[in-house]
Design a protein around this ligand. Structure first.
Ligand SMILES: [Zn+2]
Length: 269
């Protein structure tokens, strides 16, 4: 499933290729994605793409009088291709911009193509989202404030997008390892120093994945068609029974909220 780093890598890949260009055609081959693709999307030709932003895992394509909201769902990918490229079975949506097009491929159809003319911040899918972990506003003090009322363990807390967006299962385990915090610690028991370490660890983990081109699970292809390689660098994720890279203790797995958590019982006390 594409996580925040893959979406950010996609944004960086497509933005310079489509920004400033006029939309010349739109193709909706399959409107039944996670939500039905609205008819308004077919009326986009003539508008110019002003830029591509990201909020959580949503890509926001600014078309001047509105935003195209794209989500990659479980298996979606976006690529920039020559406009005469023959569509394959799962290529559901094209945004053609003269000599190139942005194409959405989504075999499982959990992705989204939506349109809004209202402020994107007030869109029902976006308005309840928590803070962006890579923003300046997110730091140890903010994490400390966010965690105070929560008895839940810190690992599932980190994955709750109403508080903090884009920290999926992989990045939650990896960040807690980097910060040397036991994933079972109640959120409100974290000290200010631990929150500062954890906020830095989350940013460092996400940035490393973005640099590596996004950690790809098998369905994700970046906008340049190259698979990412971050998963080879996981410190604990999916390394149950293997030695901790710091201390040699075997990495353990536990289940929290039906999701696997990986941690080092020595480094993360
Ligand atoms: Zn260790």
């Amino acid at each position: 499933m594409p996580e925040l780093p893959e979406v950010e890598v996609t944004r960086r890949g497509i933005a310079p290729q489509i920004a400033g260009r006029r939309i010349s055609a739109v193709a909706v081959r399959e409107p039944r994605l996670r939500w039905r693709v609205p008819a308004a999307v077919r009326r986009l030709p003539g508008r110019t793409v002003r830029g591509v932003a990201r909020r959580a895992k949503y890509l926001l394509i600014d078309c001047g009088d509105g935003h195209l909201i794209l989500h990659l769902g479980m298996s979606g990918s976006l690529r920039v291709l020559p406009p005469d490229t023959v569509a394959q079975k799962h290529d559901h949506f094209d945004l053609v911009l003269g000599d190139r097009m942005l194409r959405l491929r989504d075999p499982r159809r959990f992705g989204a193509v939506l349109w809004t003319t209202a402020s994107v911040a007030t869109h029902p899918l976006l308005r309840h989202l928590g803070i962006e972990p890579l923003s300046r506003a997110f730091d140890g003090a903010r994490l400390l404030a966010l965690t105070r009322a929560h008895r839940a363990p810190i690992k599932p807390f980190l994955m709750d997008s109403r508080r903090l967006v884009g920290v999926g299962n992989i990045y939650a385990s990896e960040s807690l390892y980097r910060a040397r915090i036991d994933p079972r610690t109640p959120a409100r028991k974290l000290t200010a120093a631990q929150c500062a370490r954890l906020a830095r660890a989350i940013k460092a983990t996400l940035r490393a994945a973005i640099r590596a081109g996004g950690s790809s699970l098998r369905d994700f292809v970046g906008s340049d068609g190259v698979y990412g390689c971050f998963q080879q660098r996981y410190r604990v994720y999916e390394r149950e029974g293997e030695p901790c890279r710091e201390c040699g203790t075997r990495v353990r797995r536990l289940v929290q909220g039906q999701r696997s958590t990986y941690y080092c019982p020595t480094c993360q006390r």
